[in-house]
Ligand binder design. Structure first.
Ligand SMILES: Cc1ncc(COP(=O)(O)O)c(C=O)c1O
Length: 403
């Protein structure tokens, strides 16, 4: 390959050209003086080594205030939070739990963990999130709960979900792990269900490396969750140090989420020229919602990139310094048919399994100019799609903390 070509900024970085962002994606979590201050204070006071203390209490109270909820239970992860929610709702053997066929794998696993059967429904064609209309065919005499996740900037119409669930008499778990701070139909994400769940995992909008929280107004459910978790010692704890690190981030959450949403609009504008990449559209959703963006979900159409397979596309974008990745696997495609029941042909979930591309959120706190550079990378990749497919080798290394 001629060196003038490999050095050319218009040549794809995955083939040896100069990346659009030589420094790569922005770090997450970013360096933050407020967090440095917390760490110094904890180091000096020794509070970092305590089981219980004022930071967990304060975070709990702040989460209750933020969500206007009666309870906030801190726990070890979003995954555990979903399991505790199921246990708090007394889901167990012979029960069924409805969820979307395109969802976080652990949600499916948690249903199995409590002895119940997942019932998979299809997703909406525009935002690839749970299709509420599918609930009617999924419900049975064994239905004990529904898990509803808002994924990749797509939102589910919770007023319809809760209306349906009330009619049939089963509770709702709202998985807001990707949506902390979002507004769904005028209410905070996580407050629509009987139980709402957040994650403070390493890549999340509020991070403590690990951690989670359960939001609820139901005294009985929270009581059961506390009883299950309390074994003389707390079985799924969030530490004082983690709580102390989350508090200053919670203070900044709304401002940061607004900035992210503005930058998604910039990205939307940039992508007008690229019909092969379509941001999840909440077309049929009421307007008084503002998604939070942990990932920006996009529908990838290889035909618009000369047949370039999705894994080559994401690898090429990463080489340019943009944290693109493939989405989740469809739950029906990675589990034995014996493990679940499903409704319909799950055609949109299959399309999502094949075609979701996500952009991780850290770049959404950068400048408009940074977002506009995405188009430079896309031009390069579209112009060299055939060559990329023939010559590129794809790194197998996953993105850091990218669940
Ligand atoms: C929708 C959803 N639910 C649950 C989780 C689990 O959260 P955690 O990583 O804290 O276990 C994740 C993590 O990415 C998620 O995306």
């Amino acid at each position: 390959m001629p060196s003038s070509e490999t050095n050319d900024a218009a040549f794809p970085a995955i083939l040896g050209g100069t990346p659009i962002r030589p420094s790569g994606p922005p770090d997450w979590p970013p360096a933050d003086p407020a967090l440095r201050e917390v760490l110094l204070t904890l180091g000096e006071s020794g509070d970092w080594g305590r089981y219980h203390g004022p930071y967990c209490e304060r975070l709990q109270q702040q989460l209750m205030d933020y969500h206007d909820s009666a309870h906030a239970v801190l726990c070890a992860s979003g995954t555990v939070a979903i399991e505790l929610a199921l246990r708090g709702l007394q889901v167990g053997h012979d029960d069924e739990v409805i969820l979307s066929a395109y969802d976080f794998k652990a949600n499916f696993q948690n249903v199995l963990a409590v002895g119940a059967t997942p019932v998979l429904v299809d997703i909406e064609p525009d935002n690839w999130n749970l299709a509420v209309a599918g609930l009617a065919d999924a419900v049975s005499s064994r239905t004990k709960a529904v898990i509803v996740s808002h994924l990749h900037g797509g939102v589910v119409t919770m007023s319809r979900v809760t209306r349906f669930a009330e009619e049939y008499g089963f509770p709702v778990i709202e998985d807001a792990c990707q949506m902390t701070g979002a507004t769904i139909e005028g209410r905070r994400a996580g407050t629509w269900g009987d139980v709402g769940v957040h994650s403070f995992g390493g890549s999340k909008l509020l991070t403590a490396g690990r951690g989670g929280a359960i939001i609820s107004n139901r005294d009985d459910v929270v009581q059961r969750i506390r009883l299950y978790s309390q074994r003389g010692n707390e079985a799924y704890p969030l530490s004082e140090m983690q709580a102390a690190m989350i508090i200053p981030q919670l203070d900044q959450l709304d401002v940061r989420n607004a900035r992210r949403a503005d930058n998604v609009q910039v990205l939307q504008d940039v992508l007008e020229r690229f019909p092969g990449l379509k941001i999840f559209q909440n077309t049929n959703h009421p307007t008084e919602s503002q998604p939070a963006y942990f990932k920006v979900g996009l529908q990838y159409d290889p035909d618009q990139f000369d047949g370039l397979p999705r894994e080559f596309f994401t690898a090429a974008m990463r080489a340019e310094g943009f944290a693109f990745d493939q989405g989740f696997r469809g739950l029906h495609r990675i589990h034995s048919r014996r493990r679940y029941r499903s409704v319909g042909d799950l055609q949109h979930a299959s399309a999502a399994d094949d075609g979701v591309v996500v952009l991780h959120h850290p770049i959404l706190l950068e400048t408009e100019q940074d977002l506009r550079q995405v188009s430079l990378a896309l031009d390069k990749i579209r112009d060299h799609a055939t060559m990329i497919q023939e010559k590129a080798s794809i790194p197998t290394e996953p993105l850091k903390d990218s669940t």
